[in-house]
Design a protein around this ligand. Structure first.
Ligand code: AMP
Ligand code: GLY
Length: 419
């Protein structure tokens, strides 16, 4: 079968790589992909938010399965657009995607179904927010309701921080805002837990802890993710049971009640406190760089997983992961997450020889006539798996040193909580 993948990051290169190993996959097309995907698939320069153009391409290229990497096309209703057409789309529909597209929608589901999460208040205007904040305890968290590329969350230490955050949100920094979410600050340790679902059943799809801060020791600005380790050291059978029964099952039931069809990955972002899970957020897709970290430990054909979700037959397959410890370190452009330069040549990338337990997944890269150049803040993902985290990290860092890219920097302490 010919498969299309939407997206251009490390997550999509990892998905593309895993699908390229499947005997059931003939040709892969990436919309638009990156330099890494171009060596195993055909990149198509197209804006994936233009659904009719995408459909035309799928028909022309005989694509029968579309895998959606990022959240935006899902929230915009790509699954609903293709409903009833002969192209299967792996991803949740528009109603289900509100789990990521509206933080207030998710909080209301939590409230109605007793799903453990932080206490919260929805405010309808700046004036109401300010009055509420005057009588609040700090720290607290202020969030824009809609998609904000990870930037709509403010951890506020005091009233002044919170006032600035509320003003920015109501002034339209993340698009029109009629409501705002004010949340209690949760203490604990974060963990990401993943499942795949076909709308009826769901199965575990890995766990991880990522490092969002730019600096070593988890300090400095937030980023899209500087690296990750998998599996999470926090995950026990007991904790997993609580995550599934107290959070995932009631959420999927609530989506079914609203006649949503959820076929895809669900990313459950959690705060763990005394072995109890609290929901921080849902994402309706795999994480990036969690996906790059987890997929190399998948022993089942990824195509089988994706197609069985589309067909509603997930209960007929087993999904197996190896017991290996995986570390992903992200090589970024100097300056990221603030100002950085693009179009910096990455020499000798194809000269690096990889062992079977190693991968380099591209993110912000572009193939030009004169070679591969950088094209984003997060540029390359280096991944190693082995029987211990320390060894995986050493091997990963050695690979990065071999490349020795002059415009790159990375964190050497990824996985420090487990090493
Ligand atoms: P979100 O986009 O909702 O995942 O928030 C981004 C990050 O902000 C999370 O990964 C947490 O580190 C932090 N965060 C969000 N909500 C809370 C909360 N209620 N308490 C503590 N930290 C939070
Ligand atoms: N690594 C965080 C995310 O994908 O949202």
């Amino acid at each position: 079968m010919n498969v299309g993948i939407i997206g251009s990051g490390g997550r999509e290169h990892a998905i593309c790589y895993m699908l390229s190993k499947s005997k059931k996959v003939s040709k892969i097309f990436c919309f638009p992909g990156n330099a890494g995907t171009s060596s195993i698939a055909q990149n198509v320069d197209l804006n994936p938010d233009n659904f009719s153009e995408l459909e035309k391409n799928c028909i022309e290229k005989e694509i029968k399965l579309l895998v959606v990497g990022p959240e935006k096309p899902l929230v915009n209703g790509i699954v609903d657009y293709f409903k009833g057409k002969s192209i299967k789309v792996f991803g949740p529909d528009k109603i289900s995607s509100k789990l990521e597209g509206s933080k207030i929608f998710t909080k209301k589901i939590c409230q109605k179904n007793n799903i453990p999460t932080s206490k919260f208040k929805i405010c309808e205007s700046l004036k109401e927010t300010i009055s509420y904040l005057k009588y609040s305890n700090f720290p607290l968290v202020i969030k824009a309701d809609g998609l904000a590329s990870g930037k709509g969350v403010y951890i506020c230490r005091n009233f002044d921080d919170a006032k600035i955050a509320s003003e920015e949100i109501f002034n339209g920094k993340f698009g029109r805002a009629d409501q705002i979410l004010v949340e209690e600050f949760l203490d604990g340790e974060e963990m990401s837990y993943f499942i795949v679902t076909d709308g009826k059943n769901f199965k575990f799809f890995g766990s991880a802890q990522d490092h969002k801060r730019v600096g070593e020791g988890d300090k400095g600005k937030n980023t899209g993710g500087m690296g990750c380790y998998s599996p999470s050291r926090l995950l026990t059978k007991d904790l997993e049971f609580k995550i599934q029964t107290k959070i995932i099952e009631p959420t999927l039931n609530a989506i079914n009640e609203r006649r949503g069809v959820y076929k895809g990955f669900l990313y459950v972002g959690l705060m763990i406190k005394n072995n109890d899970p609290f929901l921080i957020e849902f994402n309706v897709r795999m994480g990036d760089p969690e996906c790059q970290t987890i997929l190399p430990t998948l022993n089942t054909d990824l195509f089988d997983v994706l197609i069985s979700c589309c067909d509603g037959t997930l209960n007929q397959i087993n999904i197996n992961f190896s017991k290996l410890k995986s570390i992903c370190v992200v090589l970024c452009s100097k300056g990221y997450p603030e100002k950085f330069e693009n179009n910096i040549k990455i020499k000798d990338l194809d000269q690096i020889s990889l062992l079977e337990n190693q991968n380099i997944f591209h993110a912000g890269t572009l193939k030009t006539k004169t070679g591969i150049v950088s094209n984003g803040g997060r540029v390359l993902n280096f991944v190693s798996t082995s029987d211990n985290f320390s060894k995986s990290r050493d091997e990963t860092i050695n690979l990065i040193k071999k490349l020795n890219w002059e415009n790159g920097y990375f964190r050497r302490d990824i996985g420090h909580k487990v090493i």
